[in-house]
Design a protein around this ligand. Structure first.
Ligand code: BG6
Length: 490
């Protein structure tokens, strides 16, 4: 089976921070793949913009190198790469001064009919200046959109400031806030599983589900991002956005349709139902951890503090017992955990069903396990439904727990597109379903803020764990206190 692609209308993508890391590693390669897939309609252009002085030729060279480096060898095609770089323009401009804006306007004026997307691949402190210059230089057309990415604040107050800054120039329906986890193939499959099948939805509630686990583990460490990371920590970096968004998609009521308003309204209701975690209960409901030296990715690795070179209580691991106080989920905990320097890179959602009410199997039923639905986001995207069956063969009734296992790579034999490929073109299609609305971002911070405050007020320490292990022992205790265990993916 192969996937189908439908071309989008011609567009101009202006990437502020066009020479930065995100453009190089993600944005240019993602757009290249979409061109190869035949989704571009001419005259489509990509315009890199940044402070760096560079000619168009030099930018094309930069893009060529980015594709060579970040597109898999088997997917790299010299002819396509040449065609791609021919779409590129470059403008050297100053976000805080007039330099370069006339030139950008001149280029954009050649394509007034094109959809116009401004991607802010820059720090949030520049969002305001750039937005105002876009407006003041008359660059906003009817088909203009703006794309922003985290960090979308570091607490509720700063997120509100950011939203106000953006909304002073753009309407909410022009703003695309990226959470790249929403663009992952399996995350969208979660919605297909829930709402395109009759099987699960009737069971999707506290009567049949015992608890849910969401695990996003990474084997990497700081990756040279100390400046950003030590100001954020895993709660801000991963939980406030990616894990909370996943939880919303698992927990939301069925939206009336897949349109952006309906989906985002339902997610918002989940966020507003989250039980508050604060000074009174943070020590029971949360664990923060920090890795120390150990072994990972096939070799010895330093601890967080050694990488950082200074003392810090910032967490590289978080486990949280979240509770959603509404009719559907009352009494069903959502255990969230994420960490760096874990044994493997794995992201998955595990829906744990309740045990059968009564076993008819006598002694053979001693090996009875509850059903689990495992939605694997990465690597090896797929879905596993664990069920009980009879062990095949004669010899009486013996029961066995086995997975109905579907690996997407094997079943569909198509390449798994990077999340950015989907999201970048959703902007052009003007589909905000997989993007966060301003009120969602704020509601997520409303839940996170009291946790941050509690950690500060109670001086909750980041518990150490050895790099290459699966987190501090306190995180095991967090779930085992409730008579449950973390799902072990192997
Ligand atoms: C980013 C975080 O949002 O997500 C990083 O800032 C993290 O710290 C990354 O490594 C993980 O994304 P993925 O797609 O590799 O799971």
């Amino acid at each position: 089976m192969s996937s189908q692609t439908i071309p989008v209308e011609p567009f101009d993508y202006v990437v502020f921070g066009g020479t930065g890391d995100l453009a190089e590693r993600k944005l240019l390669p993602a757009l290249y793949h979409r061109q190869v897939a035949g989704q571009f309609t001419d005259p489509t252009r990509i315009i890199g913009a940044s402070r760096t002085e560079m000619s168009q030729k030099e930018y094309q060279k930069f893009a060529h190198a980015a594709l060579k480096e970040h597109v898999k060898e088997a997917e790299y095609d010299k002819g396509e790469a040449d065609k791609f770089v021919n779409r590129l323009n470059y403008v050297s401009l100053d976000a805080k001064a007039d330099r370069g804006w006339d030139e950008l306007k001149k280029i954009l004026d050649e394509g007034t009919e094109n959809v116009r997307a401004f991607y802010m691949a820059v720090g949030p402190s520049l969002f305001g200046d750039i937005s105002e210059r876009i407006r003041d230089n008359g660059l906003i057309t009817e088909k203009t959109r703006i794309v922003v990415e985290k960090p979308l604040g570091r607490d509720l107050a700063s997120a509100q400031d950011l939203n106000n800054t953006i909304s002073s120039v753009f309407d909410e329906d022009q703003v695309f806030r990226i959470d790249h986890y929403l663009g992952k193939e399996t995350v969208q499959n979660l919605m297909a599983l829930r709402f395109a099948n009759m099987l699960y939805e009737p069971l999707w509630n506290s009567a049949h589900i015992d608890h849910v686990q969401i695990n996003v583990s990474e084997s990497v460490g700081l990756e040279g991002r100390a400046g950003y990371y030590n100001n954020a920590g895993a709660l801000r970096d991963m939980v406030q956005n990616h894990l909370v968004q996943l939880m919303c998609l698992v927990a939301m009521e069925p939206p009336a349709s897949m349109n952006a308003k309906n989906v985002r309204d339902e997610k918002l209701k989940v966020l507003r139902s989250l039980k508050r975690i604060d000074t009174k209960n943070a020590d029971k409901m949360t664990v923060r951890g920090q890795y120390k030296a150990g072994a990972s990715e096939g070799g010895a690795v330093s601890g967080y503090l050694d990488e950082l070179g200074e003392p810090s209580n910032i967490e590289t691991y978080v486990a949280i017992k979240a509770e959603i106080e509404n009719w559907r989920w009352s009494g069903v905990p959502f255990y969230l955990r994420t960490g760096k320097r874990m044994p493997n890179r794995v992201s998955e959602i595990v829906v744990n069903f309740k045990a059968v009410p009564h076993s008819i199997f006598g002694d053979a039923g001693q090996n009875m396990y509850a059903n689990q639905l495992v939605i694997r986001l990465q690597p090896d995207e797929g879905v596993k439904q664990w069920i009980m069956i009879k062990d095949p063969g004669p010899g009486g009734m013996r029961l066995r727990h086995v997975p109905l296992d579907m690996s997407f790579a094997e079943s569909f034999q198509s390449r798994n597109p990077d999340a950015y490929e989907r999201l970048l073109l959703d902007v052009i299609r003007n589909d905000q379903t997989l993007f966060m609305r301003g009120d969602e971002v704020e509601a997520a911070w409303e839940w996170i803020d009291p946790i941050l405050t509690a950690w500060e007020d109670t001086e909750q320490l980041a518990q150490t764990y050895t790099a290459g292990t699966s987190g501090p022992s306190q995180a095991i205790a967090l779930i085992e206190r409730d008579g449950r265990t973390w799902y072990d993916h192997e």
